[in-house]
Design a protein around this ligand. Structure first.
Ligand code: ADP
Ligand code: MG
Length: 495
């Protein structure tokens, strides 16, 4: 007899439908899977065999052929187990699976029949809706994530044995509730950063305008501490962005399936490869920049990262997406993130102005080469960070994240009024920058700076964008002289 179920397989962060057809007929007992299964799918035979028997169903002692269609699509991972086991019992006549028509089945089976969570449940639920399915049946742990998908019913099951309900003609499982997204209340707070007024201002400006931020200073000054508190001052993700971020995190198996309105913060180690950072490899995976989509990518110890990895960042930083090669052609992954980086001024960290610095001139120059690359040229804000004083460290805590976040949100509203929904000053184009209102004194100051330092066109635009954000944090008026002066201070230190 023949039976068919529907499931999904992940390709990068995209879920693609897979039809599972099982044929059971007389002959020498055997179990064969065809249709480009990977190792995990081939091993499904053993999991399905054990799970079926341990859930009190009869495993057919006949010749079993399972075909996964479309035949030319690579099927990866254990998420196909549930659909395979169900089609098998349907084909063997053990279960009448007609009630499952229009439903997709997703889940890995343990040997005892319990249904284990899989990666990509949200992407799969969305794909099920796009394919016109009525609903999906998913592992209990994936329910809150899958139920975020609009317009599709989600049922959850704990064990394969629940499929026994089909004997009464009923669908198995319980209706899933969509996850209630977590918020910023449990994040580390910017109040922990004492002193460092200049760095604090830079963090607020970067958060408001979505500007890139580079902090240069000696070890132990609070650079990493400040960077890790940036998510707490960023505006929460919108409803659609929550789904977008959860889809990516779910498909990549990060965040333990926790759904949150807090923007992602990714801090890859400096040994990360170019493929690890931007995506790719074999099998192709999303990189850190895609996991940082809609949030922050933090490169701590920037000068220690390998050059090819940093070079690979340039294009996605400008376009907001990255294209990676796959067996089945190219795939475009989203990567709109704010770049935050920290660096020591020289290998020993003291900086060449400090007499205790023993770095050779050549070593210091090699080290700083990373700071003069094309990547850093695209970072809007550069801030020099000194050591906090003993008084500052012993003093009262700084302003808390909530108050800063409120100003950031207000500034963002001005930006979307001016530039369009969701847009920020960091991605203002040349024409938009040229249309920013500046007071005569502000314009004169910028012209003077331009002459004094022979600013490039890019540096000019950077100062204007940062100045606009500083002005937006203060209200909606034209850029004033002192706001322009503050923006000029965050100009890259040219040394
Ligand atoms: N400005 C500061 N306010 C409060 N604590 C600080 C500050 N600077 C440094 N510290 C303390 O020193 C530790 C190391 O700071 P860190 O941010 O890792 O320095 P950096 O990244 O600049 O090398 C922090 O965990 C914190 O305990
Ligand atoms: Mg650090």
């Amino acid at each position: 007899m023949l039976a068919e179920t529907t499931t999904f397989t992940l390709d990068g962060i995209t879920a693609l439908p897979v039809r599972v057809e099982v044929d059971v007929h007389r002959g020498l007992p055997g179990f064969q899977i065809v249709g480009l299964p990977d190792t995990a799918v081939r091993e499904a035979r053993e999991r399905v065999r054990a799970a079926v028997a341990n859930c009190g169903f009869e495993f057919p002692m006949q010749r079993i052929t399972a075909s996964l269609a479309p035949a030319d699509l690579r099927k990866a991972g254990p998420a196909l187990d549930l659909a395979l086991a169900t089609a098998l019992l349907g084909a063997a006549g053990e279960l009448a699976i007609e009630p499952l028509a229009g439903w997709a089945l997703i889940g890995e089976l343990a040997l005892d029949g319990s249904v284990r969570p899989v990666r990509g449940a949200l992407a799969m639920a969305e794909a099920a809706r796009a394919a016109g399915r009525r609903g999906v049946i998913v592992p209990t742990a994936n329910g809150p994530e899958a139920a975020l998908a609009p317009g599709i019913s989600v049922l959850t099951i704990e064990s394969f044995s629940e499929l026994g309900s089909l004997r009464e003609g009923e669908l198995p499982g319980r209706t899933a509730e969509a996850a209630a997204p977590g918020d910023a209340s449990r994040l580390p707070d910017l109040a922990d950063l004492r002193g460092q007024d200049h760095l604090r201002a830079a963090v607020e400006i970067a958060a408001a305008g979505q500007h890139g931020l580079l902090m240069i200073g000696p070890p132990g000054a609070g650079k990493s501490l400040a960077a890790r508190r940036i998510p707490s001052v960023l505006p929460p993700l919108t409803g659609e962005e929550i789904i977008e971020v959860a889809r990516i995190a779910g498909a990549c198996g990060v965040e333990n399936g926790e759904i949150s309105s807090v923007r992602p913060f990714r801090a890859p180690h400096h040994t990360v490869s170019a493929a690890g950072l931007v995506g790719g490899g074999s099998p192709p995976r999303a990189g850190e920049i895609t996991l940082a989509h809609r949030g922050v990518l933090f490169l701590d110890e920037l000068c220690e990262f390998n050059r090819p990895a940093l070079e690979a960042l340039r294009e996605p930083l400008e376009t907001g997406f990255v294209t990676i090669a796959r067996a089945s052609g190219r795939q475009t992954l989203p990567s709109r993130f704010a770049l935050v980086a920290a660096a020591n001024p020289c290998p020993c960290g003291r900086g060449e102005d400090d007499p205790a610095c023993r770095c050779s001139e050549a070593a210091a120059r090699r080290y700083r080469a990373a700071l003069s690359g094309a990547l850093v040229d695209r970072i809007d804000l550069v801030v020099g960070v000194g050591q906090p004083s003993a008084e500052e460290l012993a003093g009262p805590p700084g302003e808390g994240s909530e108050a800063v976040r409120e100003r950031v949100i207000a500034a963002r509203e001005l930006m979307s009024e001016r530039l369009g929904p969701g847009r920020t000053n960091a991605d203002a184009g040349p024409d938009e920058v040229a249309s920013f209102q500046v007071t005569p004194d502000g314009a004169r100051l910028l012209a003077e700076a331009h002459r004094a330092w022979q600013l490039s066109g890019r540096a000019h635009g950077r100062i204007m964008r940062v100045a606009r954000t500083i002005a937006d944090l203060a209200g909606s008026g034209p850029i004033e002289e002192e706001q322009m002066a503050a923006a000029i201070q965050f100009r890259r230190r040219s040394r």
